[in-house]
Design a protein around this ligand. Sequence first.
Ligand SMILES: *[C@@H]1O[C@H](CO)[C@@H](O)[C@H](O)[C@H]1NC(C)=O
Ligand SMILES: *[C@@H]1O[C@H](CO)[C@@H](O)[C@H](O)[C@H]1NC(C)=O
Ligand SMILES: *[C@@H]1O[C@H](CO)[C@@H](O)[C@H](O)[C@H]1NC(C)=O
Ligand SMILES: *[C@@H]1O[C@H](CO)[C@@H](O)[C@H](O)[C@H]1NC(C)=O
Ligand SMILES: *[C@@H]1O[C@H](CO)[C@@H](O)[C@H](O)[C@H]1NC(C)=O
Length: 377
Amino acid sequence: MHIVTFLFVFAISGAYGEDRKIQGVLNPGCSACSNETTLVYIKATGAKDSILQIWDFTRSAPTVIYVIGSVNASLNVTWEKAWNEMIPTKFVLNEKPKYSFAAVVDQPYKNHSLSYMRWERENNTILTDQEAKVVVRGHLKGEKRGSIDLKLDLLPFKDFAVDLPHLIHTANSTLIDISLVNLTLDKEYNASRFALHFVLVSTDDANDKMRYDMRKSLDDEHTPGVFEIVEIKTPESFLKGDGGFMQFRPVAYTTEERGVTTSTNAHVSNFTTVRLPRRSTVERFYSDLDLQNPLVQGIYISFGETGDGFYKQHNYTAWSFTIGYGAPPVEGFSLFVIIIIAIGLGVPVTLALSGVVYLLVRRYRSRHTPQRFTDED
Ligand SMILES: *[C@@H]1O[C@H](CO)[C@@H](O)[C@H](O)[C@H]1NC(C)=O
Ligand SMILES: *[C@@H]1O[C@H](CO)[C@@H](O)[C@H](O)[C@H]1NC(C)=O
Ligand SMILES: *[C@@H]1O[C@H](CO)[C@@H](O)[C@H](O)[C@H]1NC(C)=O
Ligand SMILES: *[C@@H]1O[C@H](CO)[C@@H](O)[C@H](O)[C@H]1NC(C)=O
Ligand SMILES: *[C@@H]1O[C@H](CO)[C@@H](O)[C@H](O)[C@H]1NC(C)=O
C-alpha cells in the first residue's frame, strides 16, 4: 500500500508541476498583421536552457521550428508586405543557437502541392503561461468544401493527451493534430488514400541520417489495440538524447469521434533525400541564422488499409503526433497498472505471510498453553 501511495503522489506532482515557463506571442513585431496571418512564437524557459518554437502558417507549408538556446535567448522577426499579406522575411537570434530542428508539411497525397494553401486561424487561440494553442484551417486549390485542419498545442508539463491515441506531451514537446476533412478528389483518384509529406530538418551533419524506431509499449492501456510507438529522431537525439524527435502511434481515425472501431493504420515510408522547400520559412530561417547546410530528409505518412473503401468511404482522416526536443518520453506504468501489479503481488505475499504468522502463533500457543494453564492454576 505504501508503494501505491507514494507513486500516486509522484504521478500527481509530475502531472501538475510545470517544467518550463511558457510565453507565446502571435505575429511578434508585426503591427500591420491581420487575422489572416499566423506565426506563433513561443519561448519555453527551463532552469538551464530555453526552447524557442515557431509555428508558421504565413507561407503555404505549415512549419514548426525548434531552437535550443540559453535562458536569455530571444528571437526577432522582421516582416514585409508581399502582395496583400505580411510575411516574415528575417529571423534574428540574439545568440548562437545550440541546436535547431524543424518539420514542414509541404504536400498531401501524390504531389498535391500546398503551394497555394492559405491558412485561416480559428478564433480559439490560447497564448497564456499555462498553454499555447492555435488551430488553423487550409483549403486546397480549387477545393471549397474540404479542408486540412491543424491543431498545435503546447502544455508545459508531462501528461497524456486528452484525445486518442493519448500521446505523451511534455514541456519539451508540442502535440499536433492533422485532419483531412471532406477533401473530394478528382474522379481519376476515386480509389485513393492520402499521405502527408514531411520535410525534416536538423542542424546535424548534412551527410548523417534521421533515425526511425518502432518500439513496443508495455500495454495498450492508453491506446487500445495499439502496442507500437513510432519515433523519428535526429542524429543528435538518437546519439545523445538532446536533439529533435517526432513520436506517434501508427494509427489514424476516420471519424471525428475517435475510437477503436474508427481507427485505421498509419504507415511510414523510408527516408528520402530532399532539399529545403524553396521560398519557405525554413529556408529563410536557416540561412538567416547562419545554419546553412543542415540535414534535410523527407518522409511520407500514409493512411488506410486494404479493403477499407479508401478515403472516400469516410471523407475524413485524422492523425496525431508530437514533435519535441530531447529523448522521446516513455510511458511508465500507470496507477491502474501499478494497483493491478500491487494486488497481483500483494495477495500471494499477504497469504504467504499470514500462513507463516498463523504457523508461528500456533506453535507459540501449543508450546505455551499448558504453561499458562499451570500458571493460572
Ligand atoms: C542572462 O541575463 C542575465 C541578466 O541580464 C544575466 O545575469 C545572466 O548571466 C544571463 N545568463 C546567460 C546564460 O547568459
Ligand atoms: C526537457 O529538457 C530538459 C533539458 O533541456 C531536460 O532537463 C528535461 O528533463 C526535459 N523534460 C522532459 C519531460 O523530457
Ligand atoms: C463533411 O461533409 C459532410 C457532408 O457534406 C458534412 O455533413 C460534414 O459535417 C462535413 N464534415 C466536417 C468535419 O465539416
Ligand atoms: C473509379 O472510377 C472509374 C470511372 O468512374 C471506374 O471505372 C472505376 O471502377 C473506379 N474505381 C474504383 C476502385 O472505384
Ligand atoms: C465522400 O465524398 C465523395 C465525393 O464527394 C462522395 O461521393 C461520397 O459519398 C462521400 N462519402 C461520405 C461517406 O460522405
